[in-house]
Design a protein around this ligand. Sequence first.
Ligand code: ZN
Length: 148
Amino acid sequence: MRSKKIDPSPSNGSGQKTFAIIFDAGDRVVEGLKSFAVEQGLAASHFTAIGAFKDVLLAYFDCDKKEYQKIPVHEQLEVLSLVGDITIKDGTPNIHAHVVLGKRDSSTCGGHLMEAEVRPTLEVILTESPAHLERRFDQAAGLPLISI
Ligand code: ZN
């Protein structure tokens, strides 16, 4: 995984920072983004990405059971759209991402992204805001939700 800050001057005055993060074959996305967030001290970011995966673990949140149903997909897939945010949960960066994936026959699948292995590349554009966003566990939802 390689990264570059792509707005090196604070000229826009907003305090935002934007990075291009390039994952290579074999890299694990959620793990990589979490390490990057820790290194850079990210606490309120959003990102988008396109590329391809060879293996992915999706999840579907069952609102009645209040738990994630895991859905492994073991095939080469186009990452048609990956969107997510980075917030702070229990003092450390938390990655929350959803993805739509394209199959060889052009059908799609998608869900909450638990983890994925890249093949051959994933191009992530990430913007960090100067404010911090924190997640707190919500009893009713059964999930850690962003607290504003
Ligand atoms: Zn989710």
